[in-house]
Design a protein around this ligand. Sequence first.
Ligand code: GAR
Length: 196
Amino acid sequence: MKATQIAIFASGAGSNAKRIIAYFRNHSAVDVALIVTNNPNAGVMAIAKETETPCVIMDNTAFVVGDDLLKVLHEHRINWIILAGFLRKIPSKLIKEYQNRIINIHPSLLPKFGGKGMYGDYVHQAVLSAGEKQTGISIHYVTAQYDEGALIAQFFISLAPSESVDSIRRKVQHLEQTYFPLVIEQVIANKKAELC
Ligand code: GAR
């Protein structure tokens, strides 16, 4: 077994999950050991099947207390959690046990356009409506509040006056695909170095 076992939590299409799985496929130290979803219709289910990654569907109540979820994570010996388009709050028990080992990606430059209800195209629409000249992605540690944990990294893109929700989504997805796995790898490696 590799030194680090990651669980990816995802509720949607799973483009980030797919990229992260591909990136770590032959990695010497990190394994994507589990996908957790709250949505049995999520695209990420097909990605789990296609990549032969173990996957569990947990109903929304599992994200209230967290005991069942913790049990599953222990069974798979998970030591890092990556939120990749995951739309439920993380139970405080998990936040406590995985302190500074839960990472989220958000498709805007936090603290702008974050918080409850701000996900996916809602974020891009808000950015567009506000007439922003730039947007980007934020990668941050997870706390009990949506999108409020300490920032790890941000990557920026400029917006032209002619942008649409579609064009912003495409540019943001390009940033996510390019940088998210690299940042995950670096954060895990740095934490390991700290502990040595
Ligand atoms: C991604 O753009 C991610 O940044 C965003 O959801 C999308 C999921 O896409 N996350 C949020 O909005 C969290 N508030 P994916 O399912 O294709 O990876």
